[in-house]
Unconditional design. Structure first.
Length: 212
């Protein structure tokens, strides 16, 4: 993978790459900039009218860049670890669809104790070459599974099992910690436990890739 480590605009790097390398660099950089709170660089990854769908917001670039979900605390660590992306390019339309498996691990507070939330997700991204530079025009997060554990082994997080009954397995602990922090979360988010909904995301992406 290719990583950007200085202040040269990301668009300048991608002009000298193959399409495949530029797209791979783009999706890796977007995740790196997100967790390191580099808002200017993060915004450059998106088209101005891009739409971004996550567990805590649905909207444009301004509703995502520089913003956080209610349970997030910038003083506590967050780490993204990404697998190689699956990239499909339609060079006729200068469009690409990327399926990007990733794991996000973050520390947060649960009943006064430090805990570790690990979320397994799949990002489905529509990417388009605009003025010679690949940009993300749509990103949708699909929840796969998550876990919650104490940051210090042996600490009791004081979780009442009744409090998580009915929460969906694809993002049970994300939902629990967000509600515990005073936020709200839909029980209709995209998740692999609802295969028909996920298939619609793939179908829409395929139609867009092929210009339909």
């Amino acid at each position: 993978m290719l990583f950007i480590m200085n202040s040269t605009p990301i668009s300048e790097f991608r002009k000298n790459m193959t399409d495949f390398d530029a797209i791979q660099n783009l999706v890796v950089a977007e995740r790196m900039y997100r967790v390191s709170h580099r808002s200017k660089e993060l915004a450059e990854c998106y088209a101005p009218d891009a739409t971004i769908h996550t567990s805590w917001q649905n909207g444009g670039v301004s509703s995502f860049v520089g913003k956080e979900s209610v349970e997030a605390q910038k003083s506590l660590p967050i780490v993204n670890r990404c697998n190689p992306p699956l990239i499909r390019i339609n060079r006729t339309s200068d469009r690409a669809v990327v399926e990007y498996p990733m794991t996000t691990t973050r520390e947060l507070m649960v009943h006064g104790e430090e805990a570790v939330l690990t979320s397994f997700m799949l990002l489905v991204e529509r990417i388009e070459k605009i003025n010679g530079v690949w940009k993300i025009v749509n990103m949708t997060s699909i929840n796969e599974y998550d876990t919650l554990a104490p940051a210090i082994p042996g600490v009791d997080l004081k979780i009442n099992p009744d409090d998580v009954k009915g929460l969906r397995e694809s993002y049970r602990w994300l939902a629990y910690t967000r509600m515990l922090a005073g936020g709200t979360i839909s029980q209709d988010l995209e998740g692999t436990d609802r295969t028909e909904s996920v298939q619609k995301i793939y179908d829409t992406a395929d139609s867009w890739l092929n210009g339909k």
